[in-house]
Design a protein around this ligand. Structure first.
Ligand code: PMP
Length: 408
C-alpha cells in the first residue's frame, strides 16, 4: 500500500527530472546525500536575496533579521530532536564536526589511561576515527560491540563489554551500510547502568525517524542536514545541558567567548560556546524548511515507503546468482540495500549501472571494519528515499541484471 503522494513529492524535487547519459535519472544514493525540494531551495534563495547578514553581530536591521531566522531554525531543530532547550542544540558543519566536538572537547577532559570507549563494528569512520584520536591522546582503550551475521548489533554481548571502566559508548542509531535500526534506548539504559555516557550518531536515523533524545536519554546526538532534504555543510550536535556546560569549548574564535584578553578568554553561554566563527548561515536558516518538509510528509510514512521499496528490491534481486544482500530484512531497517555479487567488483557495477542512468554507490562506504567483518572490502549500495518509486527499483534491478550479464 502506498501512503505517500509520490507524484506531488517528486514534483517538488527539480533535480530528479533530468536525463543522465541520455537516460532518466534514477537517484539511489540517498544515504550519501539526499536531494532538496523546491521549498528548501527557495528558502536558501530567499535568505540570500533578502535577509542575509552575519548573525549575532547585531546592531543593524539585516543582522537582526538573519539572527532571528537562525534562532527560529534552532527552535525547529529542537522540536525535531525532542530536546528540552535550545541551549542544548548546537549548529555544526555536519555529523563529522558534531562527533569531533564531543570527542575532542569531552574526551581529554574526562578520559584517563585505562578507561574504555565502546563503539560497534558497524560504525561509520566518522564515529570511529575521532574516538581513536582521543584514545591515542588519553591512553583510553577502544572496544567494539560485534555485529551478527544478519547485520544486527550482538546485543547479548553488550552486558559483558560494559564495565566500570567504560566511560563512553559511541553508537549509530542506524547503519549507513546495513540500514539496521539499532535499539538506542536499550543501549543507553545499559550504558548508564555502569555510569558510561552515550553519544549517538543519528546521521542515518534522522532522515526517516522522528528523534526523541529525551526518550532515548542520550547524552549526545549528532546529525547532518544534507541527508534529510536539507543543505550540506550543516549539522546539529545535541548535548545534555549539564554536560555541555561542564565541557571545555572545542574550536576557539569569534562568537564563542564572553571576554578575551591577550592572555586568556572566558567562554560564552550555551549554545554560542560551541559555535566558534561564522556559521553556515544560509544553510542553517533553510534547515527549518527541510524539517518542516519531512514533518509534513510524515517520518513514519517516509520510513514505511522506504521499507516497501527495499522489500520490492529484495524480492526482485532474490534469484540473481551469487548476489548477497548485507544486513537484516527490509522491515528491520531503513531503505538501504547493500550487496555483493560473487566474482564481480562493486566498483564495476557502480560504474556500468551509471550508464543506465542509475546512481548507486560502490566502495567501503566509510565503514572498512564492517566490511572486514563480512570478509569483503567493498559493496554496492542502493539507498531509497521518499521520492523514489517502485518503477525506479525495477529500472535499477533490470539494469543490474544487464550489467551482470556483461561482467560475468
Ligand atoms: N555517520 C553516518 C552513519 C553516516 O552515514 C555519515 C555520512 N555518510 C556520517 C556519519 C558523516 O556525516 P557527514 O559526512 O555529513 O559529516
Amino acid at each position: 500500500a502506498e501512503n505517500l503522494d509520490i507524484e506531488s513529492i517528486r514534483a517538488d524535487f527539480p533535480i530528479l527530472h533530468q536525463r543522465v547519459h541520455g537516460k532518466p535519472l534514477v537517484y539511489l544514493d540517498n544515504a550519501a546525500s539526499s536531494q532538496k525540494p523546491r521549498q528548501v531551495i527557495d528558502a536558501m534563495r530567499e535568505v540570500d536575496e533578502r535577509y542575509y547578514a552575519n548573525v549575532h553581530r547585531g546592531g543593524h536591521q539585516l543582522s537582526n533579521e538573519s539572527t532571528s531566522l537562525y534562532e527560529e531554525s534552532r527552535e525547529a531543530a529542537r522540536r525535531f530532536l525532542g530536546a528540552g532547550s535550545t541551549r542544548e542544540v548546537i549548529f555544526t558543519y555536519g555529523t563529522t564536526s558534531s562527533i569531533n566536538t564531543v570527542a575532542h572537547a569531552w574526551g581529554p577532559a574526562n578520559l584517563q589511561s585505562g578507561d574504555e570507549i565502546l563503539v560497534s563494528e558497524m560504525e561509520h569512520h566518522s564515529n570511529l576515527v575521532p574516538w581513536q584520536q582521543v584514545a591515542q591522546r588519553t591512553g583510553a582503550k577502544i572496544k567494539a560491540l560485534p555485529v551478527t551475521d544478519d547485520g544486527q548489533l550482538a546485543m547479548d554481548q553488550l552486558p559483558g563489554l560494559l564495565t566500570e571502566r567504560t566511560k563512553m559508548v559511541a553508537i549509530s542509531a542506524a547503519s549507513n551500510v546495513l540500514g539496521t535500526i539499532n535499539p538506542v534506548e536499550e543501549i543507553v539504559r545499559q550504558a548508564h547502568g555502569v555510569g558510561a555516557l552515550v553519544s549517538v550518531d543519528a546521521a542515518q536515523a534522522a532522515p526517516h525517524k522522528s528523534l526523541d533524545v529525551v526518550q532515548w536519554d542520550a547524552d549526545f546526538v549528532a546529525l547532518s542536514a544534507h541527508k534529510m532534504v536539507g543543505p550540506s555543510g550543516l549539522g546539529i550536535l545535541y548535548g545534555k545541558q549539564a554536560l555541555l556546560e561542564a565541557m571545555p569549548p572545542f574550536l576557539g574564535g569569534g562568537s564563542m567567548i564572553n571576554t578575551v584578553t591577550i592572555e586568556e578568554f572566558t567562554p560564552a553561554m550555551l549554545p554560542a560556546k560551541f559555535e566558534a566563527g561564522t556559521p553556515p548561515i544560509t544553510a542553517a536558516i533553510a534547515f527549518k524548511s527541510a524539517i518542516e518538509y519531512l514533518e509534513k510528509v510524515g517520518l513514519e510514512n517516509i520510513l514505511a515507503h522506504e521499507q516497501m521499496l527495499a522489500e520490492h528490491a529484495h524480492q526482485l534481486m532474490a534469484d540473481i546468482p551469487g548476489l548477497r544482500i548485507l544486513g537484516p530484512e527490509p522491515r528491520q531497517k531503513a531503505g538501504i540495500v547493500s550487496f555483493t555479487v560473487d566474482g564481480v567488483s562493486p566498483n564495476d557495477i557502480g560504474m556500468m549501472i551509471d550508464a543506465a542512468g542509475v546512481a548507486i554507490r560502490a566502495g567501503h562506504h566509510c565503514a572498512m571494519p564492517l566490511h572486514a567483518r563480512y570478509g569483503i572490502s567493498s559493496s554496492a549500495r542502493a539507498s531509497f528515499y521518499l521520492y523514489n518509486t517502485r518503477e525506479e527499483v525495477e529500472t535499477f534491478v533490470t539494469a543490474l541484471r544487464k550489467v551482470l550479464t556483461m561482467l560475468t
